[in-house]
Design a protein around this ligand. Structure first.
Ligand code: NAI
Ligand code: MG
Length: 536
């Protein structure tokens, strides 16, 4: 049963997605289990693939080292709140050491000077190693983050390898132009790496955020200092060791575990960091943008919060719409910046939709993320758990109807029952704020103009979903909605080649795809006189 649910989740949600090939091409025992649809039985006990935690120090200049202060901090297992490991705590002094190493690797080291083809081969080798160690990496990711192991092993780590190969493919295809100036000059542009890139990532997709940032930076020939999220420091250290095994020279990629205001702040304000990329909350995005402006005006890309509408039109097949809207919100424990967290439903199908959404939420399999067939694990930590529970309280107090969930699941760890609210009104906090948890807010609408106005009435603009059989309705919504990604009759379809980023307060710039390369390149114009103007 549970296996069928996962397989249907993967096949429905990724049916038009490149994820699908990745899942089917995956050579792991779980993937084989997935292909035996309906025959596998959910494991009674959680099975955690064995893994050794050998890397808990800071990675600076190709070496694992203690922090300058010698301090450590615990990283916790969201299933229980127990300590998994103590990791070195990087602060300003460690950021200085890492930036110096990255600077030296950029100015003197082989990385920006080696041929792009040589760089691409290291990225390809890294992707091969990711595949070879797929299950160990997935195990660390799930242990530290709490996401279902099947999601880590079958979707996220394969997607990580896909991202690395995508950027490996770009490395030797980045070049400038010859420019026809109006005069006797030969003009060309050189596309050069910017220098040292500072990158700050969150905890909801630790390795995919790593890949979205490290991939383009390194393909373009930059060097990197990465500050991981304090909740999930482990997987980045593990894979960065593999990156060095693949031939990455020392100093090219430095990884610092630590907290935001100390390590993150030091990186954002560092005078010798040439570019900053950040993913996280809108409030912290504002802080890092200010730190960058007040230091050396380094360019900043920001991928921030969202409150994405998912619009179900009157012609929708309700069963399919319910499943997709459920996935759009509950995927990854609801901890997605692009979660479809405002489910707008046409009044003609509203009542049926509510009944079926409630039934689907009640059926959702919550439990230990290492148990086969589990769809939803724990939230990342107590802070997020409390934040979500407060939003649930606010939803009840403001008059929304609680259809399901609304309380913790189990008696330890940070699990929350899949929660559905109906009768949600636009001015309620649960319809305005990013909850970042398994809480679906369903709103009713009458006509297209109304839903366009309401869907756009938000400070965010990261993504939107549209569910309709009518091509004219789809075309109207696609053009009217102010968001960086519009998914039509699908949701959360991601690929290395598909750009991602936000309108309005959801951020600045785009990651992934061809657009991500410009974030990491300088354009240099080179002008040479032509001695013989006859040959212009
Ligand atoms: P956050 O934005 O504070 O943290 C993200 C990263 O920024 C972490 O690496 C953190 O250490 C770093 N950071 C924090 N303060 C910093 C500072 N002053 N200077 C430099 N770096 C700093 O997000 P947090 O506290 O983990 O979660 C709060 C809310 O943010 C969530 O409830 C959710 O709504 C949203 N969020 C959005 C994400 C997204 O994908 N857009 C990811 C994670 C959280
Ligand atoms: Mg943790």
């Amino acid at each position: 049963m549970a296996t069928r649910r996962l397989s249907s989740l993967i096949s429905q949600s990724f049916s038009s997605s490149p994820f699908r090939q990745v899942v089917q091409g995956q050579n792991s025992s779980l993937a084989k289990g997935i292909r035996r649809i309906g025959t596998a039985v959910a494991a009674e006990e959680p099975i955690m693939p064995p893994v050794e935690l050998n890397y808990t120090q800071l990675l600076i200049n190709g070496q694992f080292v203690d922090s300058a202060s010698g301090k450590t901090f615990p990283t916790l297992d969201p299933r229980t709140g127990d300590v998994i490991a103590h990791v070195s705590e990087g602060e300003a002094e460690d950021i200085n050491r890492a930036v110096s190493a990255a600077r030296k690797a950029f100015d003197e080291g082989p990385w920006p000077k080696m041929t792009p083809y040589e760089r691409s081969r290291i990225l390809y080798r890294f992707a091969d190693l990711l595949e070879k160690h797929n299950d160990e990496i997935a195990s660390i990711e799930t242990w530290d983050n709490g996401k279902p192991y099947e999601q880590s092993a079958l979707v996220e780590i394969p997607m990580f390898a896909r991202l690395m190969r995508y950027y490996a493919g770009w490395a030797d295809k980045i070049h400038g132009l010859t420019v026809p100036a109006d005069g006797p000059h030969h003009v060309q542009t050189l596309h050069e790496p910017i220098g040292v890139a500072g990158q700050i990532i969150p905890w909801n997709f630790p390795l995919l955020m790593y890949a979205w940032k490290v991939g383009p930076a390194l393909a373009c020939g930059n060097t990197v200092v990465m500050k991981t999220a304090e909740q999930t420091p482990l997987s980045a250290l593990y894979v960065s060791k593999l990156f060095h095994e693949a031939g990455l020279p020392p100093g090219v990629l430095n990884v610092i575990s630590g907290f935001g205001p100390t390590a993150g702040g030091a990186l954002a304000s560092h005078m010798d960091v040439d570019k900053l990329a950040f993913t996280g909350s809108t409030d912290t995005g504002k802080i890092v943008l200010q730190l960058a402006a007040n230091s050396n005006l380094k360019p900043v890309t920001l991928e921030l919060g969202g409150k994405s509408p998912f619009i179900i039109c009157e012609d929708a097949d309700v069963d399919q719409a319910v499943e997709l809207a459920h996935f759009a919100l509950f995927f990854n424990q609801g901890q997605c910046c692009c979660a479809g967290s405002r489910t707008f439903v046409h009044e003609s199908v509203y009542d049926e939709f509510i009944e079926k959404s409630k039934a689907r939420a009640v059926k959702r399999v919550v439990g230990d993320p290492f148990r086969q067939g589990v769809e939803q694990g724990p939230q990342i930590d107590l802070e997020q758990f409390n934040k979500i529970m407060n939003y649930i309280k606010s939803g009840i107090e403001s008059g929304a109807t609680l259809e399901s969930g609304g309380e913790r699941f189990g008696d330890k760890g940070y699990y929350i029952k899949p929660t559905v609210f109906s009768d949600v009104k636009d001015d309620m906090l649960i319809a305005k704020d990013e909850i970042f948890g398994p809480v679906q807010s369903i709103l009713k609408f009458k006509d297209l103009d109304e839903v366009i106005r309401r869907a756009n009435a938000t400070r965010y603009g990261l993504a939107a979903g549209v569910f309709t059989k009518n091509i004219d309705t789809a075309n109207t919504l696609v053009r009217a909605l102010r968001a960086g990604t519009i998914w039509v009759n699908c949701f959360d379809v991601f690929d290395a080649a598909i750009p991602f980023g936000g309108f309005k307060m959801s951020g600045q710039g785009r990651e992934k795809g061809i657009y991500s390369l410009n974030n990491y390149l300088q354009v240099k114009a080179v002008v040479t006189p032509l001695k013989n103007p006859a040959w212009l």
